[in-house]
Every structure is written in structure tokens, then in C-alpha cells.
Write a protein that binds this ligand. Structure first.
Ligand code: SF4
Ligand code: SF4
Length: 291
């Protein structure tokens, strides 16, 4: 069983549209994992049934027992995150500021402070309209993502793929280069980098590839909106060839991309020409990773 991870250095390159198209083409052969948990939107194209869900806990949050508090103010003094304001004469922990470091609980003279695990959201297992299963997640409002929820989504997807004897897990990774992306990449057999020929697109492609290289993962690239800027397109191709990154496809700018999305469809379902290009890149990936 292979893991194929689709990432982009920056948002707005069409990463999720392309991943959803791959999921549509592969159908029941794969398990889908939406690891872009900060801005999860693959479900909009995949029609999940939200069949099963489970709460996810990560990190800690301090709580002050007002009956035990003698209002000495020591906790407020030591909190480096200014997470303990005085409200109506009481020391209260602000859940949006508290980092759960536990320092305040250690120094409280009356043991009025306890730390407990935070419920940051849910992970879900859904049947989707391609006939496959998808593991995805929902963060609570204001909850902070970490690599842990991404790892949970991915590990559940892997376990299901192994149990059902599927050939691959297709992962929609997060944009950027932070913890969630690192977590998406670990264990991948192949990375698909989705970019666009703009100055920021090329900059972020180079930045995220530095990370991919550290993992020693083979990579391919899809240049979306390829006709936006001929000069940057040329520079992007030079970079790909210098780094031995396979050019999987060049997709010209096309309004149909957005049209498909707003109609809740994948690009391959919506437009034959775009569909051919995306299908061609999926065939190349299958050949490279020997699916
Ligand atoms: S350190 Fe403990 S007793 Fe002192 S203000 Fe904070 S919670 Fe209250
Ligand atoms: S756990 Fe840490 S961050 Fe949270 S209130 Fe206590 S000292 Fe501040």
C-alpha cells in the first residue's frame, strides 16, 4: 500500500480540486485522507455521508477552581501567554490564549489549578460518492491544529487501506511548510507538488520542496494556470529539471476549474479537455509508484 501526498507551497493553486479529481479517477481502488484540516474542503466535492465520527483531544487547558483560589495573583505573574485575566474580581483562564504549559498549576499555593485535555474537534470516516472511504476532520471554532490531528487522519486512512487491501492512500495535504505538512509527508511514497507560475508560487514551491527533499521523497509537479506568466513558467521548469522533479502536467488557466468547484464536481467530471490532462498526470503517477 502506497501513500501519495498532494501538497502546494501556497494556497489557491488548485491542489484540492486536483486531489479530488484523482480520487474520482481512482474510485474504489484507494482510500482518501483529507489532511488539510485547517481548511478542510474536499468534502464539498466528494459527497461524504459523515458515517462515523470521534472526538479528538490534543493539548491541555488550565482551569481555576474559584473556591480554592486565594487570589494571590502568582499564576497571572508567571503566565507568559497573558492567559489569566481578572474578570469580575476572579482569576480566569482564557481558553483562546492558554497554551496548556502547566506552569501556573505548579506554582499555585492552594492547588486550585488543574490541567485537562482539550477537545479540539472530530475526525470522521465517510463513504463518498466514488464508492471509496474518506477520512477527514473538523476543527472546533478557534481550535488550533497541530500535526497530531493530521497524523490521526492519516493513520486511520492507512489502517483502513490495509484492512480493505487497497492499493493506495491519497492524501490532500496542507499548504505551507508547518507541522501539518510535515505530518502529511511522513511515510509518503510520492509527493505531487501543485504550483502556479507566479513569483510567490515559484518561491513557495522551492520552499516546500526543501522540506520534501529532507524526507527523501520522490516528487512530481503539476503546473496549474500554466499560461499565466511565460517567464515564471520557464523559471519553474528550470527548477524542476535541476531538482529532478517530474513534470506531470501543465494545465492552462480555465474558468471551468472554478465552475466545477462551485457546482460540487471534480474537474474530470466537468470538462473533457481538463479531465484528459488531469487523468494523464494520474496515469504517470501510477506508473512511477507502480500502483
Ligand atoms: S496562583 Fe492559585 S491561588 Fe493564586 S491566584 Fe492563581 S489560582 Fe488563585
Ligand atoms: S497553563 Fe500555561 S499558558 Fe495556560 S494559563 Fe497556565 S501558565 Fe498560562
Amino acid at each position: 500500500m502506497k501513500e501519495i501526498v498532494v501538497i502546494s507551497g501556497k494556497g489557491g493553486t488548485g491542489k484540492t480540486s486536483i486531489t479530488a479529481s484523482f480520487a474520482h479517477i481512482a474510485g474504489e481502488e484507494i482510500i482518501v485522507a483529507d489532511c488539510d484540516v485547517d481548511a478542510a474542503d474536499m468534502h464539498l466535492l466528494m459527497g461524504p455521508d459523515f458515517g462515523q465520527s470521534e472526538d479528538f483531544y490534543s493539548g491541555e487547558l488550565a482551569y481555576i477552581d474559584q473556591d480554592a483560589c486565594i487570589k494571590c495573583g502568582k499564576c497571572q505573574e508567571v503566565c507568559r501567554f497573558d492567559a489569566i485575566p481578572i474578570i469580575d474580581g476572579q482569576y480566569i483562564v482564557d481558553p483562546l490564549e492558554c497554551e496548556g504549559c502547566g506552569y501556573c498549576a505548579r506554582i499555585c499555593p492552594t492547588e486550585a489549578i488543574t490541567n485537562s485535555e482539550q477537545n479540539v474537534g472530530k475526525w470522521l470516516l465517510s463513504g463518498i460518492r466514488t464508492g471509496a472511504s474518506m477520512v477527514h476532520a473538523r476543527l472546533n471554532i478557534g481550535a488550533e491544529n497541530s500535526g497530531k490531528l493530521v497524523a490521526k487522519v492519516k493513520n486511520e486512512a492507512k489502517a483502513i487501506a490495509e484492512e480493505k487491501n487497497k492499493r493506495a492512500v491519497l492524501v490532500d495535504g496542507s499548504p505551507g511548510i508547518g507541522c501539518p505538512v510535515v505530518s502529511s509527508l511522513s511515510g509518503a511514497a510520492f509527493t505531487v507538488l501543485v504550483t502556479e507560475p507566479t513569483v510567490s508560487g515559484l518561491h513557495d514551491l522551492k520552499r516546500v520542496y526543501t522540506l520534501v527533499k529532507k524526507f527523501g521523497i520522490k516528487a512530481g509537479c503539476i503546473i496549474n494556470k500554466a499560461d499565466l506568466n511565460e517567464t515564471v513558467l520557464g523559471d519553474t521548469k528550470i527548477f524542476l529539471s535541476e531538482e529532478d522533479i517530474v513534470l506531470l502536467a501543465e494545465i492552462p488557466y480555465n474558468d471551468k476549474f472554478t465552475e466545477a468547484m462551485t457546482n460540487g464536481k471534480t474537474v474530470v467530471e466537468w470538462d473533457t479537455e481538463l479531465g484528459k490532462i488531469v487523468s494523464g498526470s494520474w496515469e504517470k503517477i501510477k506508473e512511477i509508484v507502480k500502483l
